[in-house]
Design a protein. Sequence first.
Length: 131
Amino acid sequence: EAYARAVALDSTQVDLWKRLGEMYAKTENWPGSEAAFLKVLTVHSDDVDARFELAKVYYHLEKVTRAIRQCEVLLSEYAFDHHSATLLLSELYMKVNRLADAQMLIQSAYLRWPEDERVKGLIAALQKLER
């Protein structure tokens, strides 16, 4: 509530919007979190953390197309080597049956992070879907 009051006083305070978005996410207030992270990106479109957090919010809201778009923008324009966004995007591609895209991304992730258990889990999930 204190963050909400603070941003009401000065809506350009990006750090406060980010904290508000994080607090809303922790309490699973996904619409509030979405609005907060969108506000951050309105002021700073290159904010990698806010863009990734927004992708996660869209995932929870089951707005898969929007989640995919945020991950794609993040990875192509701002942080091509963002571990968590790469893995989330792989999962999202599988969710919408874009298996070739998922496979390419997972293979790339495996080359970069071969010991990562989440990558190994995505490989197994993809193999199940391909059967």
